[in-house]
Design a protein around this ligand. Sequence first.
Ligand SMILES: [Zn+2]
Length: 86
Amino acid sequence: MAKLMIGDGGDAAYVVCVPVTTPLYFVDNVLGACTVCGAEVQHRPDIPVGIPLICIACFSARATDGDEFVITPKTAAEVRAFFRRH
Ligand SMILES: [Zn+2]
């Protein structure tokens, strides 16, 4: 069981990130790579340092019912917007 962070959080196993978009969701978003598949992802510049990034696809494949999620309302809206487009 993993603790997964979406948005602001502290001691999570992963930071869940959306793929790189053009334009980025926010102009100051930072680019990174999924720790599992290497896909390019984007995240906010203020996430805690040292927590591996994971893309939504890998996150979806790994998440289990027992996982704990930390998500901000703003990020929840972003994730919903992402899935409406895909
Ligand atoms: Zn991935």
